[in-house]
Design a protein around this ligand. Structure first.
Ligand code: NAD
Length: 474
């Protein structure tokens, strides 16, 4: 089949390449000329494992091309996937649908044959219905243009495999013709046994928003438990392991740490709150406000823990940051918890050096202040504290004994609860983590376990510089 994919960012570029890979002829469209040039030359404009290979393969075969021209798109195909961004509006919690509207307003008057517009972007429930009215008003007389919604569930870092073998395909369409067309598009997946859920547009839109809200809630739940652990001396990692053995709960998305970020979960939770208010069911999802607040609080708690490790102040201290992206295996720094923490400690006067395997260019563009470097040893040289903020695999492979010789003082905040804390402690590190009792090595003694509330004092404030409770020389 001939398809267009309009908006070729993290979602659209992968969708376009994968649709070509399963045999379709695909034209990708974007307003960003640099992106179009790179993609057209078979180069991925962002880091996504597996994407360079399928891009190169399919651009070489001629099945995959890219353009900035909506006219070319209108002439090329009758099925148009819309994959443009739906960020948070600057003035409210709601989603900004202006990019989706711009595509429809630009494309529909150019269509001369009956066509199907398939939304893949994440949108508030009710968008297909309002877009259908917009489309009808803009279509040429005698040209029938349908709108269907087919939300995308891919995960950055696994985007190619998630697109080629999704957990499920969800299609919301009012016309059975639209459903049939999409079954044809995804025929190789259906043949391989991928579940296909055919529903109305509102349900399809809501599936995506509800899925992201559930995942965000699970993360904030365990982060709330981490706060309780810090106040009571319990260990959130053991707690999560024990909870996870209950099949009804499950262990995935139950790791306490810096919380969620990226271009999806935070803005999708907020857009859902805004849309529910419009639908006058704000109370039904008001818990999502807490989910968002708990998530935000983890970033501030991480800053407090790091400052406490330093004895009470960042000014003039050297801080090594491991990780800038919002998650490993991606170069995406949109609403990255790691960068938010970095920005705050920079503002509090620290001399900050940041390492990330793939995200340095994006991080530097978003936050120019710190020194960025791709050499972990260089970043950690003479550091007063090391902050583990994004759980890249290579950080788990670090040798804590070797790193201890590089830093000025072996202090570690494992804000992702992903490192082998016992190994780091054995190598002489003073380790702090969110939701875990802290072990303070005392000269000539076994480690003493101190709860964070004990360490921070009853008011939960950081101790004065040099406070002996930190157990680490300044
Ligand atoms: P992105 O910012 O990486 O990509 C959006 C692209 O659309 C950009 O390349 C931009 O230049 C282009 N664009 C904007 N206006 C355009 C226009 N008028 N015509 C053509 N192109 C235009 O965003 P993304 O991460 O790919 O997300 C896109 C949508 O997919 C969002 O709604 C997001 O919530 C959803 N989504 C994203 C993911 C993910 O993991 N990134 C997963 C599932 C769903």
């Amino acid at each position: 089949m001939r398809l267009t994919v309009i908006g070729t960012g993290y979602l659209g570029a992968v969708h376009a390449a994968c649709m070509a890979d399963i045999g379709h002829e695909v034209l990708g469209v974007d307003t960003d000329t640099r992106k179009v040039e790179a993609l057209g030359a078979g180069r991925a404009p962002f880091f996504e494992p597996g994407l360079p290979e399928i891009l190169a393969r399919n651009t070489r075969s001629g099945r995959l091309r890219f353009t900035t021209s909506l006219q070319e798109a209108a002439d090329f195909a009758d099925v148009h996937f819309v994959c443009v961004g739906t960020p948070q509006r600057p003035d409210s919690l709601a989603a900004d649908l202006s990019h989706v509207d711009a595509v429809v307003d630009g494309l529909v008057p150019l269509l001369t044959r009956d066509s199907l517009i398939v939304g893949k972007s994440t949108v508030p429930v009710g968008t297909t219905r309002s877009l259908s009215r917009r489309v009808s008003a803009a279509a040429r007389p005698g040209v029938g243009v349908q709108v269907a919604w087919n939300p995308e569930f891919l995960r950055e870092g696994f985007a190619v495999q998630d697109t080629l073998r999704p957990d499920r395909l969800v299609v919301g369409a009012t016309a059975s013709h639209a459903d049939q067309l999409l079954r044809s598009v995804y025929e190789p997946m259906l043949r391989a046994g991928v579940v296909y859920i055919s529903t109305d547009p509102a349900t399809a839109e809501l599936v995506k928003v509800a899925a992201n809200s559930f995942l965000a809630t699970k993360i904030s739940f365990i982060n709330a438990m981490a706060e309780v652990c810090d106040a009571s001396g319990a260990d959130v990692v053991t707690l999560a392991d024990a909870l996870g053995h209950d099949a009804r709960i499950g262990r995935r998305f139950l790791s306490a740490g810096l919380g969620f970020g990226g271009g999806c979960l935070p803005k999708d939770v907020r857009a859902f709150l805004a849309r529910a208010e419009e639908l006058q069911v704000g109370d039904a999802v008001s818990f999502l406000r807490q989910v968002d607040r708990i998530n935000d609080r983890q970033r501030r708690r991480a800053v407090d823990f790091a400052r406490h490790l330093l004895g009470g102040a960042f000014a003039g201290r050297r801080v090594a940051v491991l990780g800038a992206t919002f998650k490993p295996d991606s170069d995406d720094v949109r609403d990255s918890p790691a960068l938010a923490v970095t920005a705050e400690i920079l503002a509090q006067g620290a001399d900050v050096r940041v390492h990330d395997p793939e995200g340095i260019d994006n991080a530097r563009a978003a936050l120019p202040g710190p020194a960025y470097c791709t050499d972990v040893m260089e970043v950690c040289r003479d550091a007063d504290v090391v902050l583990h903020l994004t759980e890249w695999r290579q950080y788990r492979a670090l040798d804590p004994a070797r790193l201890a010789e590089t830093v000025r003082a072996p202090r570690l905040l494992d804000a992702r609860n992903a490192l082998d804390q016992a190994a780091w402690q054995a190598a002489g590190w003073h380790v702090r983590a969110l939701g875990r009792p802290t072990s303070v090595p005392q000269p000539g003694q076994r480690a003493v376990h101190v709860t964070v509330s004990q360490a921070l004092g009853a008011a939960g404030t950081a101790p004065a510089p040099g406070d002996p409770v930190s157990g680490v020389p300044r």
